[in-house]
Design a protein around this ligand. Structure first.
Ligand code: NDP
Length: 276
């Protein structure tokens, strides 16, 4: 049973990652990101999920630097963007991210998307970063089974996580089971369906029976599936409310009802067909 924001999953290399992370996608660079991350850390989040393409690594770095919590108590993820894969500049991109984040090391560095013809070369650069101890763990994002198979064919390092779009309408049970079998921790992006969940009566009905909000229900549903979950908010009251997920348990019947909503429906792109 999970109890708090500091409870961790253990990755396949022994590194611990807090089950709940704070997502910062679509946060404005500057004051908005810095303020939101600072509020999140003050509330107790210890895991921040950013990416080069979000253009707010510097603001995450500033918030972490100035928050008063020791760096080693905060888990920071960032991701190499597709252009740096195409141009083969992953090592330089990593150093840029470290500088922007004002940190010697990144806790988790991810390949953001499986850019065709490029992700194996990128993974080789990630291996170097890991071997140097500059990233405590390396993983992937938006990878399907066949992409991970490609990496495993050429590398001894199993990605520690796969961060994918994951919510009730896109539960990806086969991919999830594959990741469990290979020792890859699944992480959920868009755990709140990027807002879509709030208009769905079924969630309101179930959440109200637990005296919880729809956001709390969906975060808890992810945790009960042993998925690391990354809710994003710039709204202080929501940032706070989204942490109240450790004092209730969704029943097996309600878990099954939510599970049954899966219809393989994506909000974002299909990783096999990306044009960016
Ligand atoms: P989410 O599913 O986290 O939804 C965020 C939206 O939900 C925002 O509009 C937010 O509004 C709203 N919201 C948050 N909490 C509440 C609440 N309690 N009540 C009502 N509304 C709420 O979407 P994201 O796309 O941001 O996904 C989460 C994280 O996953 C990202 O921030 C990023 O870190 C990561 N991600 C990774 C991707 C990848 O390719 N690897 C792709 C996309 C995301 P507001 O902010 O206005 O409060």
């Amino acid at each position: 049973m999970l109890n708090s924001l500091t409870d961790c999953a253990v990755l396949n290399n022994g590194v611990k990652i807090p089950w709940v992370g704070f997502g910062v996608f679509l946060m404005e660079p500057g004051e908005e990101t810095e303020r939101s991350v600072r509020i999140a850390i003050d509330i107790g989040y210890r895991h921040i999920d950013t990416a080069t393409i979000y253009k707010n690594e510097a603001d995450v770095g500033k918030a972490v630097k100035e928050c008063g919590v020791p760096r080693e108590e905060i888990f920071i993820t960032t991701k190499v963007w597709n252009d740096d894969m195409r141009e083969g500049t992953t090592l330089q991109a990593f150093d840029r991210s470290r500088k922007l984040l004002q940190t010697d090391y990144i806790d988790l560095y991810l390949v953001h998307w499986p850019v065709k013809g490029k992700y194996i070369e990128t993974w080789k650069a990630m291996e170097q970063i890991y071997a140097r101890g500059q990233a405590r763990a390396i993983g992937v994002s938006n990878f399907k089974e066949h992409h991970i198979d490609d990496l495993l064919a050429v590398s001894d390092i199993v990605p520690v996580v796969n961060q994918v779009e994951w919510h009730p309408e896109l539960r990806q049970p086969d991919l999830h089971q594959y990741c469990i079998d290979k020792g890859v921790q699944l992480e959920a992006w868009a755990p709140l369906m990027q807002g879509k969940a709030f208009d769905m009566p079924v969630f309101k009905e179930i959440a109200s029976r637990y005296n919880k909000s729809v956001a709390q229900l969906l975060i808890r549903w992810g945790l009960q599936h042993q998925v690391v979950t990354l809710p994003k908010s710039i709204t202080p009251s929501r940032i706070e409310a989204n942490t109240h997920v450790f004092d209730f348990e969704i029943s097996p019947e309600d878990m099954a009802r939510i599970d049954a909503l899966d219809m393989g429906a994506r909000l974002g792109p299909d990783p096999d067909n990306i044009d960016f």
